[in-house]
Design a protein around this ligand. Structure first.
Ligand SMILES: [Zn+2]
Length: 345
């Protein structure tokens, strides 16, 4: 670890500065206040970060901040904003949002997936990934992430407190292998945690293998979007082997629809099994609520039901508790585990 990070051991790096983990309360581990990946007017990938425009700021202040602020009423005082550059909001807006919502926000540095042909906004090869991921060397990517954590984003002193890395398919593309290695090296230099995009079965293993090869302590890694992985008995057995080695798993997109959440019953049962196996300390939750432009002009997402962010407390957790999630399990998932994972170590 870099000597500049050593005084921060045990502290959480938030948009408004370092805090003690106990003040986080419950934590949502995977949300997006601003994920602007594609400009639908100009029909091009958002490839450069710039300060937020007034209309965009007003939209978020009106639609996102009030429900985010209301999460405090449920004991949730923090969330991890997993949008990577260049699609994040400008850091000064994230500080403003954090103050307005009275919410500690852990910002991410890092790199999203390399998209496949023809999915979401992708119409041409240049749309598939941020150009910097292609043009920069492994060393330059490592330095970029490290600097955003040690010094701050865009010349400010507003620091990232986590590293987001995305893998699109079960096997990482050569470009993703480079970004994962860079993120791994930045993790070792800074001690913050890594959180991943891992929607595909098998991706958990290729992602964790590359972290392991780079010498990352797997206790510092959270494998995201893994509800399906944990509900599938065969894949759950593989995930449990990785949990034995320290890796953490993060089910997301836990929206409760017209079925009252019945489709999540196998997840609640899987959670009991993971607790029984002694690995309940490896689980956390996120909704993946997003203000986003991946499939339409920027606005509230449609892949998780409203209310934004607050849905976790008004819908998801009550439904899970009704299906048998215990108060103790919820306490580990929402509070104890995040408070252990997020601080610099
Ligand atoms: Zn996400």
């Amino acid at each position: 670890m870099l000597s500049a990070m050593k005084p921060l051991i045990g502290k959480v790096l938030t948009a408004q500065g370092p805090v003690e983990p106990a003040v986080l309360g419950k934590v949502m581990m995977h949300e997006h206040l601003h994920s602007d990946c594609y400009d639908w007017d100009k029909q091009c990938l958002v490839d450069v970060e710039k300060p937020i425009e007034p209309a965009r700021r007003e939209l978020l202040m009106r639609e996102a901040i009030p429900p985010l602020r209301a999460c405090n009423d449920h004991g949730c005082h923090a969330y991890v904003d997993v949008t990577p550059p260049p699609w994040r909001a400008w850091p000064d807006f994230m500080v403003e949002a954090s103050a307005a919502a009275k919410m500690h926000i852990i910002l991410c540095t890092g790199f999203y997936c390399e998209m496949n042909d023809n999915e979401y906004w992708v119409k041409k090869p240049a749309d598939k990934a941020w150009s910097f991921m292609r043009t920069a060397s492994l060393e330059e990517l490592t330095e970029f992430c490290t600097k955003e954590i040690v010094e701050g984003q865009h010349g400010t002193s507003i620091r990232a407190g986590a590293i987001k890395l995305g893998g699109r398919n079960p096997i990482l593309s050569p470009l993703e292998q480079k970004t994962f290695r860079a993120g791994a090296r930045a993790q070792k230099a800074t001690g913050v945690h890594i959180t991943t995009h891992c929607t595909q079965m098998g991706a958990e293993t290729s992602q964790l293998e590359i972290f392991d090869r780079e010498g990352v302590d797997l206790r510092r890694v959270v494998i995201g979007h893994t509800a399906r992985h944990l509900m599938d008995p065969e894949r759950r057995a593989i995930c449990l082997e990785w949990m034995k080695r320290g890796a953490n798993f993060l089910p997301t997109n836990l929206g409760i629809g017209a079925d009252d959440g019945e489709r999540w019953r196998p997840l609640v049962e899987a959670i009991h099994e993971i607790f029984d196996a002694g690995h309940g300390d490896k689980l956390s939750f996120g909704l993946d609520w997003a203000f986003v432009s991946e499939s339409a002009p920027f606005g509230a997402c449609t892949f998780v039901p409203p209310p934004p962010f607050l849905h976790m407390f008004t819908h998801t957790l009550p439904a899970f508790r009704k299906m048998g999630l215990t108060a103790e399990e919820e306490d580990y998932i929402m509070q104890r585990n995040p408070q252990r994972i997020i601080p610099v170590q």
